[in-house]
Design a protein around this ligand. Structure first.
Ligand code: ADP
Ligand code: MG
Length: 269
């Protein structure tokens, strides 16, 4: 615990990028596992109907399991939905099931459709017996209503960027979306963290993309980058994060360093 400072206030971080396969879920579960294993209390909210974060954290998420769907559509309290991660202490999970795929349409007629997750999270933070230090929200690969709910519920956005050729494509769309949300729905939201993922330090392309990202986001981009590692991609099929699956793996070490950087610098960047 002493190495990772506890934030004064619960940090709510949404992990978002409308591109699929850039490392959102991997980043969410591994940062959460790294912080929890240092004694911090962490909640992961899975808002992707695929439920990949739920899989990696080894919590049941078959159709009909109490999930974020019930929180959004039926306003069921998260206290009744949230489960402890069976393998990692101090870590709680709000799972996502495939039911969530229909939630966007079911919510269309509700005036508060963009604020439902924010309300659910706030109520849960007030009522949960253990104070959370971090809440991570894993987003689906789109800028639809589920991601909008995540942006309204959070104070910070973490954008994982894969260091490859098309990395910056679509980024301006994401940024203008965030700006609109800041103006209309959540003035407290800020992009606090950019994390370069699946980095291959040997290639010039990776270097160029990393340089470009750091030029646009000099303060936000973490010094730590996440290397490409087969062990990272193997861990979920064992219902694990790489943090628990292979402690000495380069990817596990990198995610621990990234978590420490996030904890050390706090919300003021
Ligand atoms: P997203 O949630 O953005 O769709 P994922 O986190 O699911 O992305 O990652 C996409 C795929 O890439 C997954 O199969 C995952 O295991 C793999 N992956 C993610 N990060 C790494 C990495 N650093 N090294 C190797 N494979 C990775
Ligand atoms: Mg994902």
């Amino acid at each position: 615990g002493a190495q990772y400072p506890k934030p004064a206030k619960t940090r709510i971080i949404t992990v978002s990028n409308q591109k699929g396969g850039v490392g959102k879920t991997t980043t969410t579960v591994n940062l959460a596992a790294a912080l929890a294993s240092e004694g911090l209390n962490v909640l992961v909210v899975d808002t992707d109907p695929q439920g990949n974060a739920s899989t990696a954290l080894n919590v049941p998420h078959g159709q009909g399991t109490p999930s974020v769907y019930d929180a959004l559509v039926d306003e069921r309290p998260l206290d009744e939905i949230c489960v402890e991660c069976p393998d990692i202490e101090n870590l709680w999970v709000v799972p996502a099931t495939i039911d969530l795929a229909g939630a966007e349409i079911e919510l269309v007629s509700h005036d508060d459709r963009a604020e439902r997750l924010a309300k659910a999270v706030q109520t849960h933070l007030e009522g949960h017996e253990q104070r959370y230090d971090y809440v991570f929200i894993d987003c689906p690969p789109s800028l639809g209503l589920l991601t909008l709910n995540a942006f309204v519920a959070a104070r910070e956005v973490l954008i994982p960027i894969q260091t490859e050729y098309y990395a910056l494509e679509g980024l301006s769309q994401l940024l203008s979306n965030i700006e609109r949300i800041q103006e209309a729905l959540n003035p407290d939201l800020k992009i606090s963290t950019i994390l370069l993922t699946m980095n291959d330090r040997r290639t010039n392309l990776s270097k160029q993309v990393a340089e470009e990202v750091r030029k646009y986001f000099p303060k936000e981009t973490l010094r730590t980058t996440i290397p490409r590692s087969v062990r990272i991609s193997e861990a979920p099929s064992f219902g694990q994060t790489v943090i628990t699956f292979d402690k000495t793996n380069s990817g596990a070490l990198a995610y621990r360093m990234a978590a420490k950087e996030i904890a050390d610098r706090g919300t003021e960047i």
